[in-house]
Design a protein around this ligand. Structure first.
Ligand code: ATP
Ligand code: MG
Length: 444
């Protein structure tokens, strides 16, 4: 192959794939570029999962020719989207023909028209996602960056290539994506772009729930989910996509007595649980939902002040309807979240007097395999700013943990069975039942 290497050729790591695409392009006279996530993540030194290729002309034909040469998986064609996908060396490579996009105001689906490469870059959601590298032999490895995405990448800024109102109105899911990338990459959303999210928030209603929830889950699994939720709240998206969570926000004050803001408290719990929930989306969901019924159970009386009696029980009962609405799975993942919400107060509610063996056994039995995650959630829930309170709860928590360990050890001893039984001993040594049988059993 005769390709003139350029500055960014070294980012084209999967050489076999990129050089084959380049050769195919040469043979059939179609230009091709790698664009979007792959280029962005390579520049950021992040792991990349998939490769997106824009071909000038048909992406499907290009995919078929490439698949043949690479001896990849069969081509998966998505005819209505005009895209095709192959898997090579465990990497998903997606091919699409360059296009311009226009949306009708009340439609979820774009009208797709063939376009130039420049038009294709304009339909991308953010300047950092419009970055492309040429795979054409004449300028292989050349970065094509019409919107100065490289600069935004350096300054950690998310900004739309065109007027943000147009970009978001065309496909409102991009608003969720902005907040998702901001939480994943720790980037700031540029002011005009952020204002446009607030302005267009209502349009999120036309987007399919599955796509919204996919972004929400990515925010929850990101490095900074709490900042994502704050942005969702500030822009007005939260009250539309997850009203139950929005209701946690706010403080009420009666007779000089106020309660904590459960929105910020929940986000603190989520932050606390991050290091223990790497990749465990459902433990993070449990943290998000543990106090979800507080607004519904809130009462005030002059002796006790604010109470939220039964919020753990009511919260657990709210989980299925929230999961159903958000199109989250209704299987054992939901049951896991439900269980943690229901039991989240239990470990900390046991005080010295009430930590009886039977209370502990009940907790062990009810939590089952989820005991460790329950204890993690419970500890993460201790967010009091009042130092004395915090110490008191932490002590209680450690005490319960210690007692649980002790009980488990004692039960282990009690349930310990020697590997041989008395009959075997009596038969082997030809003796009748006597105290020596017991001695021999213990020795073994
Ligand atoms: P990740 O794969 O980590 O989710 P990504 O940026 O690769 O991030 P994809 O959904 O794989 O996201 O999309 C690939 C590229 O397609 C993006 O980088 C972007 O250029 C473009 N893209 C995806 N979704 C949209 C959208 N809704 N509007 C405009 N461009 C989009
Ligand atoms: Mg991607």
């Amino acid at each position: 192959m005769n390709i003139s290497e350029n500055r960014y050729s070294n980012l084209l790591k999967s050489k076999r794939i990129f050089e084959t695409i380049s050769n195919v392009g040469n043979e059939i006279g179609q230009d091709a570029f790698v664009i979007g996530g792959y280029v962005r993540d390579q520049l950021l030194n992040r792991e990349t999962k998939d490769i997106d290729i824009v071909a000038i002309g048909s992406g499907i034909d290009f995919a078929k020719k490439t698949a043949k040469k690479l001896k990849s998986s069969p081509v998966k064609v998505f005819k209505s989207f005009g895209t095709a996908m192959i898997i090579v060396d465990d990497i998903e490579v997606q091919f699409v023909g360059a296009r311009k996009e226009s949306y009708r105001s009340n439609s979820r689906n774009p009208k797709i028209e063939t376009g130039t490469f420049e038009e294709d870059q304009k339909r991308r959601d953010f300047t950092i996602n419009a970055l492309a590298i040429s795979l054409n032999s004449k300028d292989y490895g050349q970065l094509i960056d019409p919107f100065n995405g490289l600069n935004d990448l350096k300054n950690k800024i998310l900004k739309t290539p065109l007027d943000p109102n147009l970009t978001f109105s065309d496909d409102p899911l991009r608003m969720m994506r902005a907040i998702r990338f901001s939480s994943q990459l720790d980037f700031k959303i540029e002011k005009e772009t952020l204002n446009a999210i607030s302005k267009n928030a209502d349009r999120i209603k036309i987007v399919a729930q599955e796509r919204i929830t996919e972004e929400l889950n990515k925010i929850i699994l990101s490095k900074r989910p709490s900042s994502g939720f704050k942005l969702l709240e500030e822009t007005g998206l939260l009250k539309i996509i997850f009203p139950e969570f929005q209701l946690l926000k706010g403080i009420e004050n009666i007779n000089g007595k106020s309660h904590k803001d459960n929105f910020y408290h929940t986000l603190k719990v989520l932050d606390n649980i991050l290091p223990f929930s790497n990749g465990n989306l459902w433990l993070r969901w449990a943290a998000l939902l543990h106090d979800i019924a507080k607004p519904n159970t809130k009462r005030f009386n002059s002796t006790q002040g604010w109470t939220f009696h039964g919020h753990e029980d009511k919260g657990a009962r709210m989980v299925p309807s929230i999961f159903r609405k958000l199109k989250l799975p209704l299987d054992n993942k939901m049951k896991y979240v439900q269980k943690l919400v229901l039991l989240h107060l239990r470990p900390i509610s046991l005080t010295n007097e009430s930590i009886t063996d039977s209370a502990l056994r009940r907790l062990l039995f009810e939590a089952g395999d989820e005991l460790e995650d329950l204890m993690t959630l419970c500890k993460s829930d201790i967010t009091s700013k009042n130092k004395e309170k915090k110490i008191k709860y932490l002590n209680r928590f450690e005490n319960v943990k210690e007692k649980l360990r002790d009980l488990e050890d004692r039960d282990k001893i009690k349930n310990w069975q020697p590997p041989i039984d008395g009959k075997e001993i009596m038969d082997t040594f030809n003796i009748k039942p006597c105290k020596e049988v017991g001695i021999l059993k213990r020795i073994y």
